[in-house]
Design a protein around this ligand. Structure first.
Ligand SMILES: C[S@@+](CC[C@H](N)C(=O)[O-])C[C@H]1O[C@@H](n2cnc3c(N)ncnc32)[C@H](O)[C@@H]1O
Length: 334
């Protein structure tokens, strides 16, 4: 019987172990998109894959485990013999990655996709089947693995952006359709009080930083810290200013320690893989460590998330400024 926590990664490993998919020839490597560490299987995964992982915590984990990892690989002229695509929560990103993979293969090379059944893989497989013949597939560990072999031309690559006011937002980012209701509520509390050295932890595509710069001319510097590399690239376009700087940061393990006057944030409560409410608490702790005495945190959260204890442990004064639409806005002073 399968061990409880086996998933699409084990199913993928099986495709190589059963030799349904070839390992690379000597001197060649495959690409692994949305890379995650693969299970022990007797195959030297670290030697055969060049990983792409734009989410900083997973990128750090892969590097620590000895994988060669980049935040983005230009696949367009690679002509690889094999590319493995692991799932993103966003269907649009999965389609983009599969298209990038197809275009990055040489003729006869294969693209393999593996995902848990609950990740919508069946409908994605149908979409792929409209573009190329499925060369093989199987289900195992509540997951589906399927692959296609490159024949014919490259596919057109469409990356659709949503435009909302001055902001351009790409697929797969937080609030990809437009500003989040909680972030809008938080921004309604921005004014000239917010001054000096400011940071936005988990800055996404730049909404809070953009609104803040529009509402306060008292800001000396604004650091945007974000783990999602694509969102950070969008933020660079969305918040152009001489006083902004952009940092690809895992706030839970490498938050800045410089003293800020203010930190604003709408912290995540979801990791790349699962709901994780303690993630928000880690953001609050990181903010507290980066604020000197008198420094202030202004944040928003879903009203049912239990952050008060962490806030009261880490800050001298905690005030709820607003409670509306299922969100609470909190100001806390060190
Ligand atoms: C709730 S969203 C807020 C985004 C943006 N500030 C806004 O208001 O639209 C939280 C953001 O935190 C980012 N994030 C998640 N985990 C992170 C981590 N460990 N370090 C830094 N950022 C992270 C997510 O990618 C996401 O963009």
């Amino acid at each position: 019987m399968a061990a409880k926590n086996q998933d699409f990664r084990d199913a993928l490993a099986l495709a190589f172990q059963r030799e349904e998919l070839p390992l690379p020839e000597d001197g060649e490597t495959y690409a692994l998109l949305e890379a995650q560490a693969l299970p022990g299987s007797g195959i030297a995964w670290k030697d055969i894959f060049q990983c792409e992982q734009g989410f900083r915590p997973l990128h750090i984990e892969l590097a620590q485990k000895g994988y060669q990892t980049e935040k983005h690989i230009d696949l367009s002229s690679k002509g690889l013999g094999g590319i493995v695509v692991l799932p993103n929560r966003s269907r649009a990103i999965n389609e983009i990655n599969i298209t990038r993979a197809w275009n990055g293969l040489r003729k006869g090379g294969f693209m393999v996709f593996a995902a848990d059944n609950k990740a919508g893989v069946k409908s994605l497989r149908k979409w792929v089947a409209t573009k190329a013949e499925i060369a093989g597939d199987f289900s195992k560990h509540h997951a589906v693995v399927f692959w296609i072999t490159k024949k014919g031309d490259n596919w057109p690559l469409h990356v659709e952006q949503t435009e909302v006011g001055p902001y351009k937002i790409g697929p797969g980012m937080f609030s990809a359709d437009g500003p989040d209701a909680g972030s809008i509520l938080l921004a309604s509390h921005f004014d000239q009080r917010i001054r000096g050295k400011v940071a936005d932890f988990g800055a996404g595509w730049g909404f809070l930083a953009g609104e803040l710069l529009a509402k306060s001319d008292q800001i000396e510097s604004m650091e945007l810290h974000e783990a999602n590399w694509s969102a950070l690239q969008a933020a660079k376009q969305n918040v152009p200013s001489d006083i902004t700087s952009f940092h690809w940061t895992d706030i839970t393990s490498e938050a800045p320690r410089d003293p800020f006057d203010w930190i604003v944030m709408n912290p995540p409560f979801h990791s790349a893989r699962a709901a994780e409410p303690e993630l928000g608490a880690k953001f609050i702790e990181a903010a507290a460590k980066a604020l000197p005495q008198g420094g202030r945190l202004l944040m928003v959260a879903n009203r049912n998330l239990p952050y008060e204890r962490t806030l009261n442990d880490m800050f001298r004064k905690v005030v709820q400024l607003d409670d509306a639409g299922g969100f609470k806005v909190i100001e806390a002073m060190r």
